[in-house]
Design a protein around this ligand. Sequence first.
Ligand SMILES: *Cc1c(COP(=O)(O)O)cnc(C)c1O
Length: 380
Amino acid sequence: MFEHRDTRCIHGNLERPEFESTRAVSFPIYQTATFGHVGFGQSSGFDYTRETNPTRGKLEQTMSALEGAVDTCAFSSGMAAVSACIELFSPGQHILCSEDLYGGVIRLFDQISAKNGLTVDYADTGSAHAIEAAITPETACLYIETPSNPMMNVADLRQCRQIADKHGLILIVDNTFLSPYLQNPLELGADLVIHSGSKFIGGHNDTISGFVCSGSPALAERIRLIHKTTGAALSPFDSWLTLRGIKTLGIRMERQQESAVEIARWLREQPGISDVFYVGLEDHPGYTVNASQARGAGAMISFRTDTASTARRVLERTQLITFAESLGGTESLITYPMVQTHPDVPVAVRERLGITETLLRLSVGLENVEDLKADIAQAL
Ligand SMILES: *Cc1c(COP(=O)(O)O)cnc(C)c1O
């Protein structure tokens, strides 16, 4: 009963803990560092907020209900969530990932994981052949973003599961771009799902958070240990803000996506725009695979302008759309991936992927779609 996603966004798993007897409709913020012991050797179930906190717990349950997870840990950022997953691996092991990943993850792999003895390679994870060719005897993890950032490449998650099974790999999927409202990688065979909650989940460009959703009790236990030990747990207040954001996740995703479809089609017709990358366009190479594994295409669009000066003009002149990093919130944002999100990617790799001086990324927010089009039109 009450299984629909939009209902879960508002009520989570409907379980109200016994200790919360006030019936507060908005789950309370338990702003406390520690909890008194009930008696010698007895605990209320809560001892210290780094480990567990009721407000964070409510948020974690809500995310588990949305992703179909055994357990979810809420972190102080998306990067803290990614870092926690990387703690599963040991020196000498190899991680194979999508080649256009979130720039911060590439920086983590290349500048921190590498020094700690992990090896990382990047492959076109849209191709089973390319994944197979890059697997080595040391490979322990397949790390996927779909659609990817910023090129909107789509990986076939069911196929990734088959490859992971064949080689005994942990399959990790960063589901930030579609959110649990539109895609549930655990149901398609992922072992762990990562989110930056700072994006669609929080949804209001006002807080930073991250999640790891576990698909099995064994992994859930390992991630919990890392979460409470390494200590990047989400604060009670930020947990509450994120819970508040999730309540409208469904309706925001629906509306932002509707506007994104319209803007993607319209952008194609504009002078000065040479390419539009949006997974919801029928001729996008990943359209069919995405439609087979997700319930929508989301609200992220990348596009290419004719020249670098057109790109700069758009960034400088938009008035409603803010030139800023991040995505997924109520305010539309436009980003220059080459400079803002992917400066640490080697130039040769950037060029090959198409992350050049003419590429822009647009996160479509909740403003009226006519106003958004008018803003881009006047900027062009
Ligand atoms: C933003 C983002 C991250 C990092 O999350 P933070 O909350 O900024 O630390 C990871 N993956 C993707 C796809 C992102 O967009």
